[in-house]
Design a protein around this ligand. Structure first.
Ligand code: SAM
Length: 220
């Protein structure tokens, strides 16, 4: 089995608590929800959550897929009415031209260029005409600024707006920054002021210096 999938199978039972019950996780989760509410406005859209994991963002989709059986079991318990499918994101079990939107969070950052390319091809195949893929990716410019070195596959991948713009099969229709300031390190009482400032900075001309980029790709 793929080492990343094996890791998530083992982590599954504590994933939600481990990643999203702390201040950092809560902040990221809230920011991602704000963005998804802004980007997913058509209630009739058929939406897939790609690498949905334990179903954290499945409120925004009617279908989910993941390669970890254990993560999917947890997701299915939380979202009984969603159609969840076990599969590798590079070989999806869905028909061509099925989805209006695909969302995928905290996923591409684990993968190498070759794997991401294979997955982007699959997304392109299963998206309808003008369909959109919304995903996050760590910002390389931010990493370079702080001389960040990744340790193994976890968080290994990052990118730049310039590189993302060069993709031959997708065009960018939207880019947001996420997590410019280390909000989770600030005293609780002051955070709400910094959250507003963070939102302004993450979406200003400095957005590429945020920790993450949230990208909306349109199928070409
Ligand atoms: C950090 S979790 C993200 C889960 C969810 N999207 C979220 O934001 O909470 C990464 C997920 O990617 C899944 N994954 C890893 N490699 C995969 C692959 N090749 N195909 C499909 N899913 C994969 C893992 O099983 C895990 O559930």
């Amino acid at each position: 089995m793929d080492k990343i999938v094996e890791y998530y199978n083992e982590l599954a039972s504590t994933y939600d608590e481990d990643r999203f019950e702390n201040e950092y996780g809560k902040f990221i989760d809230a920011q991602e929800r704000l963005l998804l509410n802004k980007l997913l406005t058509d209630k009739n859209d058929v939406v897939l959550d790609l690498a949905c994991g334990s179903g954290r963002l499945l409120d925004f989709a009617s279908f989910g897929t993941d390669a970890s059986e254990k993560m999917l079991e947890i997701a299915q318990k939380k979202h009984k009415n969603k159609k969840l499918v076990l599969s590798d994101a590079e070989q999806l079990q869905f028909e061509t031209d099925t989805f209006d939107k695909i969302i995928s969070f905290h996923f591409f950052m684990h993968l190498n260029d070759e794997k991401i390319e294979g997955i982007l091809n699959e997304c392109h195949r299963i998206l309808k005409k003008d369909g959109k893929l919304i995903f996050d990716i760590p910002s390389l410019k931010r990493r370079n600024l702080f001389n960040f070195k990744s340790n193994g596959w976890h968080g290994a991948h990052s990118s730049t707006i310039e590189k993302l713009r060069q993709h031959p099969n997708f065009r960018i229709s939207n880019i947001h920054g996420l997590l410019f300031l280390p909000i989770h390190r600030f005293p609780k009482f002051s955070r709400r002021f910094f959250i507003k400032l963070d939102l302004i900075l993450s979406n200003s001309f400095l957005k590429e210096y945020s920790s993450y980029l949230v990208v909306e790709f349109v199928k070409q």
